[in-house]
Design a protein around this ligand. Structure first.
Ligand SMILES: *Cc1c(COP(=O)(O)O)cnc(C)c1O
Length: 221
């Protein structure tokens, strides 16, 4: 077995164990394999194992490698997990199956018009800046309810869930709990939280999507 296969199998086993520990089914947790910075050649083995959900953080990088991979593996679902500039919205709507980083009204407005003209919409998650970090994207936790209302009522967007990236130097658990609370009171079923270092904790706190990169593909150069 090659290293990527071993690492992938290990992550899948840990997801299964974390789900079981909290009386959840592993089938309710989607592994988003984060393939940013890795080449199509590095991604292909994971596709060949049967995995179909991947995450990328840049539109342009994804346009370089995913259209041909998607052609070979047609049922692939691609998640945008990095910031989206409004001038890249059309390309993002065309390529991605899920956009996890909706975080401001201008982007909501642009997504509303681009999805309408494309006649299709990726699934949408609102990113919440649970740590109130100045340099990080995402709506502030105390503005999340009103932002969600604006997305739904003003722009008629169907929001599937919430996403967060906790401050890297803090214990992530309170951030996962906060995200789960905001989702609950807004009637949102999906929670994208947890990365290579903390996805098991995230699953115990209700993650439906974990975004795992280096634990599968190795460290990024
Ligand atoms: C890179 C990235 C990940 C994956 O990080 P790892 O620590 O490699 O698992 C998850 N989420 C986001 C938003 C990222 O940018």
């Amino acid at each position: 077995m090659d290293t990527t296969t071993q690492r992938y199998n290990d992550v899948m086993a840990r997801i299964e164990a974390a789900a079981r520990k909290s009386d959840r089914s592993a089938a309710d947790v989607t592994l988003v394999a984060v393939s940013k910075t890795f080449s199509a050649e590095a991604i292909a083995p994971v596709l060949q194992l049967g995995h179909r959900v991947f995450g990328e953080n840049r539109v342009q990088e994804s346009q370089g490698k995913w259209p041909s991979l998607k052609q070979d593996f047609a049922d692939t679902s691609l998640h945008l997990i990095g910031p989206l500039q409004t001038n890249k919205t059309r390309e993002a709507v065309a390529l991605f199956d899920c956009i996890e980083t909706l975080d401001r009204e201008k982007l909501a407005r642009t997504l509303a018009s681009e999805t309408q003209s494309a006649g299709k919409s990726p699934e949408l998650f609102v990113q919440v800046n649970t740590g109130n970090e100045a340099q990080k994207a995402g709506v502030q936790p105390d503005e999340a309810d009103s932002f969600l209302k604006t997305c739904r009522l003003t722009y008629n967007l169907n929001i599937a869930g919430l996403m967060c990236i906790p401050p890297f130097d803090e214990e992530p658990t309170p951030h996962f709990s906060l995200l789960a609370e905001i989702a609950e009171r807004n009637g949102l079923a999906k929670l994208s939280m947890g990365m290579s270092g903390d996805y098991e904790k995230a699953i115990e706190l209700g993650a439906t999507h974990v975004r795992v990169g280096s634990a599968i593909f190795g460290s990024r150069g």
